[in-house]
Design a protein. Structure first.
Length: 149
């Protein structure tokens, strides 16, 4: 998997203000709903929240990879977010989250979903990658760092 296949500059959001997990996920769902005519922002938000109810997607070390399958999604879509202030995400280590990668997958792409999640988890396990993302001040640089690492 190459990040540029699922990510774009328009879906990199640097220093997003968020006061809670729910509000950040709602904001990103709205962004995705506006970008993709086939995605309904309410369906995206509901699917992400339903997945979060199964167990937090907060991996630890300030990182979360919320993911879900969504009807009418035609391809795997990613969004990379850094937060201006960390938020509680019910992460496995109890630490707040400041780096997020949202993954939206078509309902029928089960194998690709799992492979993409594994690739993302490996990438976000690299402390140098996470450090570089956290130091970034704008969305274009965020995208460039993400695709070149």
């Amino acid at each position: 998997m190459h990040l540029e296949d699922i990510l774009s500059t328009e879906r990199c959001y640097c220093r997003v203000n968020g006061v809670s997990k729910k509000r950040v996920l709602m904001k990103i769902s709205e962004f995705l709903g506006k970008e993709f005519a086939t995605l309904d922002e309410i369906q995206v938000f509901d699917a992400i929240m339903a997945r979060e109810q199964l167990g937090s997607t907060g991996l630890g070390n300030g990182i979360a990879i919320p993911h879900c399958r969504v009807p009418h999604c035609q391809k795997i879509i990613g969004a990379l977010i850094t937060l201006s202030s960390p938020i509680d995400f019910d992460s496995i280590d109890g630490k707040p989250v400041d780096l997020m990668f949202i993954l939206i997958v078509p309902e029928q792409k089960n194998d690709e979903h799992v492979k993409t999640l594994a690739s993302l988890a490996k990438l976000f396990n690299d402390p140098d990658f996470c450090y570089a993302l956290r130091q970034t001040q704008n969305s274009r640089d965020l995208y460039n760092i993400a695709i070149t690492f």
